[in-house]
Write a protein that binds this ligand. Structure first.
Ligand code: MN
Length: 139
């Protein structure tokens, strides 16, 4: 089972995600903004990060930029979780270095499909190339 970090400012959304992930046996850590998420990434080395886009202090865009700038975390799988549902937003999000995209409200089937895809890819040791590919394919 995996160590999953949820960065999300809304307590209800955090709780919902936590319950879903713990039901599947994952260990869950929580951050309420991007700055806290960066600290936990550094200290606790999660296997995957679920990153809300709209957060105070440091939002999803600022957080992914800092993560991808750091060579040690360049391969960390990061899934955007957001209410921004416009087509242009999805493309913008994927072009920023996210590995995937989930819109709110979270569909549990899609959530676990994406986790499976990203975690199996991480185990094969691939990353940035797949990320560029997924962005091109609009996944
Ligand atoms: Mn938010």
């Amino acid at each position: 089972m995996k160590k999953i970090l949820i960065a999300e400012d809304n307590a209800v959304n955090r709780e919902l995600l936590r319950e879903l992930l713990e039901m599947h046996g994952h260990t869950v850590m929580e951050a309420i903004n991007g700055e806290e998420a960066l600290r936990i990434v550094e200290e606790s080395k999660p296997d995957i990060l679920l990153l809300d886009m709209g957060m105070p202090v440091l939002d999803g865009y600022g957080t992914i930029r800092k993560i991808r700038e750091n060579a040690r975390f360049a391969a960390l799988p990061v899934l955007a979780v957001t209410a921004y549902a416009m087509q242009g937003d999805k493309e913008r999000i994927l072009s920023c270095g996210f590995d995937g995209y989930l819109s709110k409200p979270i569909n549990p089937t899609l959530l676990f499909q994406e986790l499976e895809r990203l975690l199996s890819r991480a185990e094969r040791g691939t990353g940035p190339e797949d990320r560029a590919q997924a962005a091109t394919e609009g996944k």
